[in-house]
Design a protein around this ligand. Structure first.
Ligand code: UGA
Length: 428
């Protein structure tokens, strides 16, 4: 059974390595020669705990290889997973250029009897359109197979998936794909092609909505004197609500929620549907990202001549990904306000430096970042940051104002440590 994965981004690479780990022979394809050379040398191109070791082991076992040749990738494959990006266009819609170009190359090189499973997040109707790229007599069938793994826990999310969605109008192709997932022993849901495409967008929209709703309730808790953590605990005990994704904070980021919510709104417009809830979800999230700098301005009046430390740059812990990270918005605001900024993150410093160069000071430790600062912003709940003792802020900072965007510390302990402490949705 030969599997090819097209695209070695986050989803593609984790998928390829995990299929190899499950015992299949896997070829990962990408057009980026540098990436393929790095991967062929046994070096992971993404930051994902445990992935590099698994990659090397499977390369050594000759179950995993990498190529830039479409002929090599597609001609001998029984299954081809398309896992290339569908980035946001300027108008918010999903750019399908990469997906379409892969489909064209598959049509050219696949030898037939091939199941093409689309993991890329694509608007409803796209897979039907892609099927039109293949000659009906070629024996190539298309299945929608959306991906639900999270950055930072991709391997566990693959082997312990809560569901695998297989959407197709071609039952035999769906059966074949279900067959290769059987080894994972995870629940499989069979649906039509369009429903599978919708499940992906609807799931991300729902999760984003859950976060924005909880953030709005948190903001209201601040005004009324309630405490969002107690409120979320009480809400989460209702199994209809569920206790996950009720963590209030500085807003959601990453390569998925911001892009997919906007794409769904845009898609709705194209079909004459007004996603008014989703529009609010997006607006609440963008306001939430500005909340802490506004609070700091409320305390100090101005950032002129002030120093701000930003602890945590990635959009969540255990990744170096800073796409749409709240830190980007906070840093943009701080630069506009004329602050002097030092930053610290255990994994994402390199990516931040690519954007901001020498506009920021890149500290090697949290201590170094907060030294001499007037404000410290905690934006990602990395263990290295949550373990940083409250006393050290007071000891090292010029004016210890701590703005905790992830509710990492206890408000009571922060005050006891002599800090001016601002968090999200909790009693000040
Ligand atoms: C998300 C989904 O969770 C995955 O199921 C999906 O496969 C993926 O998008 C995708 O479409 O590819 P991911 O973006 O990796 O995964 O990260 P999440 O763990 O979902 O976190 C997203 C953002 O929400 C982070 O910024 C996180 O800090 C924030 N968040 C999450 C909260 O603010 N509060 C919460 O309670 C949970």
């Amino acid at each position: 059974m030969n599997i090819t994965v097209a695209g070695t981004g986050y989803v593609g690479l984790v998928t390829g390595v995990c299929f190899a780990e499950a015992g299949y022979t896997v070829t990962c394809f990408d057009t980026d020669t540098e990436k393929i050379n790095t991967l062929s040398a046994g070096i992971s191109t993404i930051y994902e705990p445990g992935l590099e070791e698994m990659l090397v082991q499977n390369m050594d076992a000759k179950r995993l290889r990498f190529t830039v040749s479409p002929a090599e990738a597609y001609s001998g494959a029984d299954f081809i997973f398309i896992a290339v990006g569908t980035p946001e266009r300027e108008d918010g819609s999903a750019n399908l250029d990469f997906v379409e170009s892969v489909a064209r190359e598959i049509a050219e090189h696949a030898r037939g009897k091939t199941v093409v499973a689309v993991k890329s997040t694509v608007p409803v109707g796209t897979n039907r359109k892609l099927a039109g790229f293949f000659n009906p007599r070629s024996g190539i069938s298309i299945v929608s197979n959306p991906e639900f793994l999270r950055e930072g826990s991709g391997i566990a999310d693959t082997f312990q998936a809560e569901r695998i969605v297989i959407g197709t109008d071609d039952k035999a192709a769906g059966d074949k794909l279900a067959g290769i997932y059987r080894r994972f022993g995870v629940p499989i849901l069979r649906t039509g092609l369009k429903s599978a495409e919708m499940i992906k967008y609807a799931s991300n929209a729902f999760l984003a909505a859950k976060i924005s709703l909880v953030n709005e309730i948190a903001n209201f808790c601040e005004v009324t004197g309630a405490d969002i953590e107690e409120v979320a605990l009480g809400m989460g005990m209702d199994s209809r609500i569920g206790s996950q994704f009720l963590r209030a904070g500085i807003g959601y980021g990453g390569s998925c929620f911001p892009k997919d919510t906007k794409a769904l709104v845009k898609l709705g417009e194209e079909w004459g549907c007004d996603f008014s809830i989703l529009k609010s979800v997006i607006e609440v999230n963008s306001r939430q990202k500005q909340k802490l700098v506004n609070a700091a301005i409320g305390i100090a009046g101005s950032f002129k001549g002030k120093r701000a430390a930003v602890l945590g740059l990635s959009f969540k812990p255990f990744t170096d990904d800073i796409r749409e990270a709240p830190a980007l918005e906070v840093i943009r605001q701080l630069l506009d306000e004329g602050a002097d900024i030092s930053v610290y993150d255990p994994a994402a410093m390199g990516k931040m430096r690519e954007i901001y160069g020498d506009q920021l000071y890149y500290a090697e430790t949290p201590e170094e970042a907060v030294k001499g600062a007037d404000f410290a912003f905690v934006l990602t709940e990395w263990p290295e940051i949550t373990a940083f003792p409250l006393e050290k802020y007071r000891l090292f900072m010029r004016q210890p104002v701590l703005l905790d965007g992830r509710n990492c510390y206890s408000a009571e302990a922060a005050e006891k440590a002599g800090l001016t402490y601002v968090s999200i949705g909790r009693k000040a």
